[in-house]
Design a protein around this ligand. Sequence first.
Ligand SMILES: NC(=O)c1ccc[n+]([C@@H]2O[C@H](COP(=O)([O-])OP(=O)(O)OC[C@H]3O[C@@H](n4cnc5c(N)ncnc54)[C@H](O)[C@@H]3O)[C@@H](O)[C@H]2O)c1
Length: 288
Amino acid sequence: MEKVAVIGGGQMGSQIAALSAMSGHETSIFDSNKEYLDSKLVFTKENIENLVSKDLIKKESLDNFNQNLKVYDSLETVVDDKTFVIEAVVERFDVKKEIFTTISKKLDEDVVLATNSSFIAASEIAQHCKHPERFINMHFFYPPLRMDLIEISFPESTSKEVVDRTKELSELMGRTVVTLNKETPGFIVNRMLGALVDEAYELYDEGIADFKDIDLAIKKGLNHPLGPFELTDYSGLDISYYSKLKIYNETKNPKDKPKKFLEEKVKDGKLGVKTGEGFYNYDKPSKS
Ligand SMILES: NC(=O)c1ccc[n+]([C@@H]2O[C@H](COP(=O)([O-])OP(=O)(O)OC[C@H]3O[C@@H](n4cnc5c(N)ncnc54)[C@H](O)[C@@H]3O)[C@@H](O)[C@H]2O)c1
């Protein structure tokens, strides 16, 4: 059994840590914003209780969650004595690089270092760190408690043992694993979803339809459960903006430049459900 440390306890990290604890792993978590983390963990617990009450998961999972998950108040202590680190902090390369360079100096070389980043490849981070062969992308979906898939991706330098251990942990968490043969920004799902969202943004930017009508058209016309703007509100406008900006900085293709309306919302702190407003308004910031 791995001993798991999760760094970053926002929408994703809190539930990734929960999945780890629920599956019987000793799990630690740290977030630089303790208040945000606490609110996410309260919500996560309520969510697990709800799943237990509907018989969708066993009561044992809730007991494991209560027993196995511990909150730490520093980056240094959260990784102490751990064998597997999953990073789920804000989607910014500078922040992730700083965290991984710090912990890779301190941790034994056989500790797996996984990032849940949606667009930053393990190889980009690994090249700045000690023992690059232990780096891997372990990409969960929101909300991790309910979404079954984990995409695993890694550069050639990653060892087979690290890949096998990541698959094993994912499966113990009860998730289905898809393994990519090559690194690519966005992996499989977000690459395909990106094409849909890009086209939705383009239609809105050109004034062809209101975002609510675009969402409605996709839901009714393609039978998707959520429209592209609703989906962005749930995953976070900041994730959408920074991932697009990263691609644009690499390609300099004007087509990849994040749309002005998206940039303005992110600068105004309208990040979606988590802040109470994105494209749509929400009564109060959601804890989900
Ligand atoms: N939201 C999604 O749908 C989704 C899906 C898959 C992967 N991801 C990836 O998961 C990661 C987190 O996304 P999220 O949606 O949970 O965002 P979020 O904003 O809810 O959480 C990010 C957390 O990082 C914390 N943080 C920032 N700097 C930190 C530091 N130096 N040390 C410790 N904690 C720090 C913040 O306080 C916050 O709690 C991103 O890399 C994103 O690409 C997101």
